[in-house]
Design a protein around this ligand. Structure first.
Ligand code: URA
Length: 256
């Protein structure tokens, strides 16, 4: 059988034997992440899903963009699992909600609040969204080896960028009552950051018997301001790519 992944536009034979995928949201980040790992080759590009194969001494990996949000991430993970991938690391960006987390710091998620919208299609909301400890270990070790500032904890994954993350700088400026005050509440409960995909990844991976982890670069601290500083994005993406590639090497070489 030679499975064809419809959304990813990939054939099984093109990715045979590859067990690990790094998952950025943005297609334009795939090549940067792949180049931090080793030589790379673009395999496919269809809708939000771009796939790049990279190879280093430690082995081969895929870098696959998932697009924004849980629904498209779930498609990517489902199809990659059918293609033989078993280990998944999300490599994304986020907004911090705790004081003391600086723009450019990295956040490793141990677990995620399931406001993603997609994960209840896989398991009831009482089911936890948690990372695999080996993936957390590899990401932590990679940050330490590369001397990057990092934070470990719980992430809130929201189905929306604006109301779900309680942003008022919108067209209407209105947020429904059930979400008003939610940012302050997550902050009080110790949640570190907002993003949009991790809860889906952790839930889908667990339910399907796969291993997952996630690391995000901090684009903004919401206690300080709402706007992302565009000029810092490239530096943050570089750091994130180096750490993700190092974590992939550690996982492939069996050091984690
Ligand atoms: N991605 C998000 O979902 N939220 C942010 O604040 C930044 C990146």
């Amino acid at each position: 059988m030679n499975y064809y992944a419809y959304h990813l536009a990939l054939r099984e034979e093109e990715v045979k034997g590859i067990k690990l995928a790094l998952l950025p949201g943005a297609p334009e980040r795939c090549c940067k992440i792949a180049s931090a790992f080793g030589d790379f080759e673009e395999l496919a590009s269809h809708r939000e899903f771009k796939t790049v194969k990279a190879e280093s001494e430690e082995g081969k990996i895929l870098v696959v963009s998932t697009g924004i949000g849980g629904p498209s991430l779930s498609i990517a993970v489902e199809e990659l699992a059918q293609l033989g991938v078993r280990l998944f690391l999300r490599v994304g960006t986020c907004g911090a909600i705790q004081e003391g987390i600086a723009v450019g710091d990295l956040v490793i998620s141990e677990g995620a609040v399931r406001m993603d919208g997609a994960s209840p299609h896989y398991a009831p909301l009482s089911y936890p969204a948690c990372a695999h400890w080996e993936m957390v270990g590899a990401l932590k070790k990679a940050c330490e080896l590369l001397r990057c500032r990092y934070h470990l904890g719980i992430t809130c994954s929201s189905a929306t960028f604006y109301p779900g993350q309680e942003r008022y700088d919108t067209f209407s400026g209105y947020i429904i009552s059930s979400l008003r005050g939610s940012r302050e509440e997550w902050k009080k409960l110790g949640v570190l950051n907002y993003e949009m995909e991790i809860a889906t990844l952790f839930t889908v991976a667990r339910v399907l018997g796969l291993r997952s982890g996630a690391i995000c670069g901090v684009l903004v601290n919401r206690n300080e301001k709402e706007e992302v500083e565009e000029e810092k994005i490239e530096e943050i993406e570089d750091r994130l790519s180096q750490v993700a590639a190092e974590a992939a090497r550690l996982i492939l070489s069996g050091e984690e």
